[in-house]
Design a protein around this ligand. Structure first.
Ligand code: DX5
Ligand code: ZN
Length: 217
């Protein structure tokens, strides 16, 4: 049986205590760190960029799952590789040539992932599933932490899970947005491998939150 992995999103961290909070995650045996990069164009908000990734790369060996909510991310592939990203996720909606972007990420020595926003159908990913290491299903509209989970995204997860069962593809499925202690169990039961959580991890006592969340899957 598959155990889903929790990927805390540092978007909801206290940036004055970022290093300390990352060490708390490590003490809870968290292996994945979800890092949200927003450009103020593809999404309305701006988060943070390369210097932050570079700094935290020095203090942890965790796997850096970098979610680019950025238009034409192909422009920044090399930069993120240099900062120490392990995986780059690009949005289907943000790239002129998604496949070429994913190929460039692989050439730069990283794992690659494609994300779909709530209005993008799984069928759009046909022709990309052979190259991606991960598919990221957005369960909120990208741009902000703390939004409500969109239930239709579970249907997309099931579709993707069926596709990979019926094909030779072995991509992982990641879900991002609105995950909390109430819905984590159901999400994990639908075939998700990586579960992102921001507010549900960083709001309050981090270790307590992780213990509770992990108890659900
Ligand atoms: C939203 C980001 C998410 C966000 C999740 O645009 O991609 O990763 O940080 O935050 P919560 O878990 O609070 O919905
Ligand atoms: Zn994200």
């Amino acid at each position: 049986e598959k155990i889903s992995k929790l990927a805390p999103s540092i978007l909801s961290a206290d940036f004055c205590k970022l290093g300390e909070q990352i060490h708390e995650l490590e003490e809870c045996d968290i292996e994945l760190l979800h890092i949200d990069i927003m450009d103020g164009e593809f999404v309305p908000s701006i988060s943070f960029g390369m210097p932050v990734i570079k700094s935290i790369r020095k203090i942890t060996d965790m796997f850096f799952d970098v979610h680019l909510m950025v238009n034409e991310p192909v422009r920044y592939v090399e930069d993120f590789a240099k900062c120490g990203a392990d995986l780059l996720t690009v949005h289907y909606e943000a790239c002129k040539d998604v496949r070429a972007t994913l190929e460039k990420i692989k050439e730069a020595g990283m794992k690659c992932s494609v994300a779909i926003s709530p209005d993008t159908e799984v069928s759009k990913l046909e022709g990309l599933l052979d190259i991606v290491d991960v598919v990221l299903v957005m369960s909120v509209y990208p741009g902000f932490g703390g939004q409500k989970f969109i239930r239709d995204s579970l249907e997309k997860v099931r579709k993707l899970d069926n596709i990979r069962k019926e094909s030779k593809f072995d991509f992982l499925i990641e879900i991002d947005g609105g995950v909390n202690i109430e819905n984590a169990k159901e999400i994990a039961e639908n075939g998700v491998d990586w579960i992102v959580a921001g507010t549900a991890v960083f709001g309050g006592d981090i270790k307590e939150n992780i213990r509770k969340l992990k108890g659900e899957f």
